[in-house]
Design a protein around this ligand. Structure first.
Ligand code: ZN
Length: 434
């Protein structure tokens, strides 16, 4: 018997389908044919900064024991299903399938997979790796999907893996309102967290387990532990039929995308962690976005907390020049803007003293004076008395921010980012083994 590794990517469009559903159908097809999986199906989140990703930029891997005589038939079945279910008529959907036959994944394929999570990888790079290790690539329309498909195959071992139980809807309900009782989502969250996570966003008061797209997914429960995922599912009140459910191993909530770098090494469309000093006062821009400049010994970079990061912006707004911080986030460039780190997390390491200047009181009538402009001194609005620049008051600000790690709310978090709640937690199965 051989082990056949199957990778699938980019079968969905912005409007419909979901690569995990295509994989779930194929998984059931193969099990029904009598094949045994060698491990759980895997849901692999790729580079979250990829500019042409559909939604969550996910690829899927399936791994089965296959009789060598039936190998070609199995591959054909997989390709048939992908063509049948993929959104082929949709512009921009470029489904890819990768096959690799062999017990162990070659090290160069493993490191290729990590690259695809961390940076932009070209189709040519994927073709070169596939040729080198003897993997088979199929592009069903366009070639882009083969990159993610091959990356999924290569990620057989996921450091710090988590799980997601996905439940799918029957076809005639696709595109309609999802009927999952919200109260039961809150109860389930209370019962199972932190072993399950991102179930409910208490800041925006909405369920996080149900997507808002017309895709076949009814709900997804993210979990540190397989049994806890099923228990959480059983605690939900679901008011519509489910077509199938499948538990995936995932690299979600692992921070696998983040690379520790210096400012000078920052590249567009990667995710980074950088330590440095706050170089200026945070600026609140129209739309409520907050920006500041981070500096280390190699240069400066702009950091941003955008409006959807909600209360996280209060943390960023309370930074002051000289604060020592470590920032985490995806690097983007937009026309007319410098390279910007879109903050996902920030660690406030130490706080600087911050002294504000304010206009003095008039020494004639006691009224608060007004500035005549930077360095030009002050004038009393009541009696016209003028005071020199040197008479300004210096007031040390009482810092309310505390050292610690702060993150964006779950509604703004990337699938692959590790929530703070999970820091230091281990899956229950590892605890019981210890
Ligand atoms: Zn006065």
């Amino acid at each position: 018997m051989l082990t056949l590794h199957i990778g699938i990517d980019d079968t969905d469009s912005k409007k419909a389908m979901c690569t995990t559903y295509v994989a779930a159908v194929i998984f059931d097809d193969l099990v029904r044919k009598g094949l045994s999986p060698v491990r759980r199906p895997q849901l692999i989140r790729l580079n979250p900064n990829c500019p042409y990703k559909t939604r969550g930029n996910a690829a899927v891997a399936l791994r089965f024991r296959v009789d060598p005589r039936g190998l070609d038939e199995v591959k054909e079945k997989v390709l048939e299903r992908v063509s049948e279910l993929a959104e082929l008529e949709c512009e921009g959907t470029e489904p890819g399938v990768a096959f690799y036959t062999g017990e162990d994944i070659p090290p160069e394929l493993r490191s290729f997979s990590i690259s695809v999570v961390r940076r932009m990888v070209s189709v040519e790079e994927a073709l070169a790796v596939a040729t080198a290790v003897g993997a088979e690539l199929h592009a069903l329309r366009g070639r882009r999907g083969v990159v993610g498909a091959l990356a999924a195959v290569g990620m057989d071992r996921i450091p710090g893996k988590t799980y997601e139980l996905l439940a799918y809807r029957v076809r005639h309900n696709w595109g309609t309102f999802r009927r999952v009782d919200e109260g039961s989502v809150v109860r389930m969250d209370m019962l199972t967290r932190p072993w399950t996570f991102d179930n409910f966003d208490y800041e925006t008061n909405e369920s996080r387990i149900t997507p808002h797209t017309p895709c076949p997914v009814l709900l997804g429960i993210r979990s540190l532990d397989p049994e806890m995922a099923f228990y959480a599912f059983s605690a939900l009140r679901i008011l519509e039929p489910t077509e199938r459910i499948l538990l995936f191993e995932t690299n979600q909530a692992t921070d696998l995308h983040i690379q520790e770098v210096k400012v000078a090494e920052i590249e567009e469309n990667t995710s980074v962690s950088v330590e440095g000093f706050v170089a200026d006062l945070p600026r609140v821009m129209p739309g409520g976005h907050v920006f500041f400049t981070l500096m280390d010994e190699t240069g400066t970079v702009q950091c941003a907390a955008f409006e959807p990061t909600k209360s996280f912006r209060n943390v960023v707004r309370s930074l002051r020049p000289g604060d020592r911080v470590r920032v985490y986030g995806g690097v983007k460039s937009k026309p007319g803007m410098p390279l910007t780190i879109n903050l996902e997390k920030i660690k406030v390491i130490s706080l600087a003293r911050f002294v504000r200047t304010s206009p003095p009181r008039c020494n004639v009538c006691g009224k608060k004076t007004e500035s005549l402009g930077k360095g030009k001194g002050y004038r009393c609005p009541r009696c016209g008395n003028k005071l020199p620049e040197g008479s300004k008051l210096l007031v040390e600000e009482q810092r309310t921010l505390r050292p610690g790690v702060y993150e964006v709310p779950s509604s703004a978090r990337r699938h692959i980012s590790k929530p703070l709640l999970l820091e230091g937690l281990k899956p229950i199965e590892e605890i019981s083994k210890a």
